[in-house]
Ligand binder design. Structure first.
Ligand code: HEM
Length: 394
């Protein structure tokens, strides 16, 4: 049994409860509590995304480089989950010792995974493009963790960073998440879409553009340079556009290929492109919307519209591949998750534009996201239950 699988299903359930709690708090039915803002985002980013990829990447990379299936590294699992539990207590209390301990444990888990993946090197000349995306992504994640841990410990001033929170966001979302998702699409697309990518020769360019764009987007808020930020955005946009072209082009004209999971994947990238478009507004103030509004809401579009939506499609597929490797696997999601997740994300756009109805739109968004999570959580628990029943029957 892969121990991360259970944790991913568990944290997706908590993400649903966090969304429900946020909806009720926005409607003033229950009291807002310190830490809810952090929890609702990190149940998705650390709880679902990091658990899923930490559990799956060693298996995936080993299979790609023709090495034996690795047994789960319990040290990495322990550091990641102990760190996450400590942060869940420490962040709402704003307790410096707990935040330091939690962040350090997750940082150690990341370094150990980086070491494990770098030791799974391919035979000379064998193409394994995904692995390089994961390694680069984990380097961004370790930097993002340093800035996240230091946000309330004053490390930003020590590192002379102009905008430490932006560095944390950019390193984690536009560095780690972008690269990891790209690697997963490159490695898994031929399996779930049953066709090759449109331009396999563009993969080196995509890797380069993501690394260069991500680096510029991390350095820009560090030194407070808006022009560099724009350059980073352009590079990142170009990489994302090329990646989406690779995935969408082979599906054009084949209506059967457009199942709910595929649409989830494409819609996820529509939101990241929209999310990137919001940044010039925040940087150059071209729209008459209060900056604080955009800064408070825009991360939600990326975390729920992009990260969670991508996970809706890929998590059930990965669960099936890990738990029942001999059986056919398919992408997750259905019409309910598709409609509710994207309608919820649209409500956040409305909340950005309308200050008067911000709380109401926020409540509707989180209510819809809680509904969207239900079918996918059910799918994940069914996968874990079916493997348990197989063991019990056997
Ligand atoms: C050890 C790991 C991490 C720590 C200690 C950490 C810490 C923090 C802190 C202290 C904040 C500021 C919260 C606030 O302003 O109220 C924050 C915000 C945020 N973090 Fe993290 N984080 C971690 C990992 C991640 C990861 C892996 C991602 C994404 C892949 C991520 C994405 C975000 C986002 C999107 C926000 C903005 C939330 C908002 O403004 O509502 N974090 N994080």
């Amino acid at each position: 049994m892969n121990p991360y699988i259970l944790m991913t299903a568990f944290f997706l359930s908590l993400a649903g409860l966090g969304a429900l709690e946020t909806m009720l708090a926005n409607l003033q039915v229950v009291a807002w509590f310190n830490g809810l803002r952090w929890l609702r985002v990190h149940f998705v980013t650390l709880g679902v995304l990091v658990e899923l990829v930490f559990g799956f990447l060693p298996t995936l990379v080993a299979a790609r480089v023709n090495k034996p299936h690795p047994t789960p590294h319990w040290g990495i699992w322990f550091f990641l989950n102990a760190g996450l539990m400590i942060l869940i207590v420490g962040i709402p209390l704003v307790n410096a010792a707990l935040i330091f301990a939690g962040g350090t444990l997750i940082f150690l888990a990341t370094i150990l995974l980086l070491r494990q993946l770098s030791m799974l090197d391919p035979k000379l000349g064998a193409p394994t493009p995904g692995r390089l995306f994961y390694l680069a992504g984990l380097i961004f994640l370790s930097l993002g963790i340093i800035f996240g841990t230091g946000l309330w410990l004053g490390w930003g001033e020590f590192l002379r960073a102009a905008a430490p929170k932006e560095i944390h966001l950019h390193a984690n979302l536009w560095g780690f998440t972008s690269l990891t998702f790209a690697g997963l699409l490159i490695d898994l697309y031929p399996g779930f879409a049953k066709r090759p990518l449109a331009l396999p020769r563009s993969l080196d360019a995509i890797l380069f553009l993501f690394i260069a764009g991500g680096t510029a987007l991390v350095v820009a808020p560090w030194i407070g340079d808006n022009l560099l930020m724009l350059v980073g955005l352009l590079l990142h946009h170009a990489a994302t556009g090329l990646l989406v072209f690779n995935v969408v082009k082979p599906l054009i004209g084949d209506r059967n290929a457009w199942n709910a999971g595929q649409v989830h994947l494409i819609a996820a990238y529509a939101w990241i492109l929209a999310g990137l478009a919001v940044v010039p507004i925040t940087v150059f103030g071209t729209l008459q919307v209060p900056l604080a509004n955009v800064e408070a809401q825009a991360p939600l579009i990326l975390v729920f519209g992009w990260v969670l939506q991508f996970a809706f499609a890929l998590a059930p597929y990965i669960f099936a591949r890990v738990l029942a490797p001999d059986q056919p696997a398919q992408l997750g999601g259905n019409r309910v998750s598709l409609f509710a997740l994207n309608a919820g994300t649209l409500c956040i756009v409305a909340a950005i534009i309308s200050e008067t109805y911000q709380a109401t739109f926020g409540a509707i968004a989180f209510g819809l996201w809680a509904i969207a999570i239900l079918p996918v959580v059910r799918e994940l628990w069914e996968h874990t239950r079916s493997i348990h029943s197989t063991f019990a029957a056997g």
